[in-house]
Design a protein around this ligand. Sequence first.
Ligand SMILES: Nc1ncnc2c1ncn2[C@@H]1O[C@H](COP(=O)(O)OP(=O)(O)OP(=O)(O)O)[C@@H](O)[C@H]1O
Ligand SMILES: [Mg+2]
Length: 396
Amino acid sequence: MDPILNPYAPGAGTPPPELAGRDELLSLVHIAVERIRRGLSAKSVLMVGLRGVGKTVLLDRMRHEAEASGIHTLRVEAPENRSLPAILAPQLRQSLLRLSRNEQAKALAQRALRALTGFAQSLKIKYDDIEVGLDLEAEPGLADNGDLEHDLQALLQTVGEAAQKAGTALVLFVDELQYVEEDQLEALITALHRTAQGSLPVALVGAGLPQLRGKMGRAKSYAERLFEFPDIGPLSPEAARRAFSKPAEDLGVHFTDEALERLIGESQCYPYFVQEWGKHVWDAADDSPIALEDVVAASKSAVAALDQSFFRVRFDRLTPNEKRYLRAMAQRGPGPHRSGVIAEVLGREVTSLGPTRGKLISKGMIWSPNHGDTAFTVPLFDEFLIRVMPGDSWLE
Ligand SMILES: Nc1ncnc2c1ncn2[C@@H]1O[C@H](COP(=O)(O)OP(=O)(O)OP(=O)(O)O)[C@@H](O)[C@H]1O
Ligand SMILES: [Mg+2]
């Protein structure tokens, strides 16, 4: 098939040609946002799932839908090693400048811009990565304590008042939330708790790896009551079938049933792999319908492509010790594995491996589905590790 027309889109945050199987989630967020705009109670939504399940594309789609119905949004991605105030401040400023163009909300938006000035100036000492344009003088005593918990609360409150006056809501879309330090997460939760108590239209829609759930709970025990934590996982087989077939059908191309079933099996209904297999089977096939033999050919090149990109970028961020730890896990299969089992493969004490395991969790390579269990955050990563570290020389 013509590669120029290939509709499939493997990539990080690349919108799929068909966002299959996520209607319930989209509607959950739509309802929450519209309730919050009306001053009604609703939980903020934090989507939790492994790498490549489609959290980022969902977040973008939700944001797009919210903007289309007149909600003000901002979008940030929490990178490793940057502070939450530093990533939020410039985006909040943009939102406030927009809100200040609304006649009704102008005065309150300007007050919020003053709060932002106080916030940035007083917190700059502790978070020296804050860089934000300051439009108005600070108002003494407004969000300028120098204490993140207090100041973020005061800031979001003034922002919420401005949004309320404009008849809209401000929704913060935050990706990779698991990278935010616990004390900063705690400040964010407290601030959202306060705006919710005041029925102010401010909400958070976030996404992160599974450790986010525990991190939120540790940060504030009432996080559970404030947030909904929908799990984002593999697609259902029906949704995966649709994710493969709809984009092709739109271009007049069909799959045989056998081919489709095999694609579902090979991709494990895992969104990133659906796109990767879709792309390769399209390129492998000569004409419609796409048949089983095309899938067999595509699987080879799809796996090779994953090895060079999806898996490779993760692997290249690892130290030799971390690679060995993961390779030891892979030795025992896809997992999850008990810590004791991994230590045994390595011939080490469990306690001596604690720091390596901790690093791997914070890098988002592994997670702990249950106490003492360790699992990969990406399916098929075990097989990749065996391909790049074959035999047993890695043990030395
Ligand atoms: N519902 C879906 N149907 C089909 N394909 C999807 C779906 N959701 C996501 N994808 C595809 O999966 C891939 C990964 O999506 P995305 O980058 O949003 O995942 P992620 O969960 O944010 O991953 P990471 O944790 O690595 O950031 C993209 O190529 C995207 O097009
Ligand atoms: Mg993502």
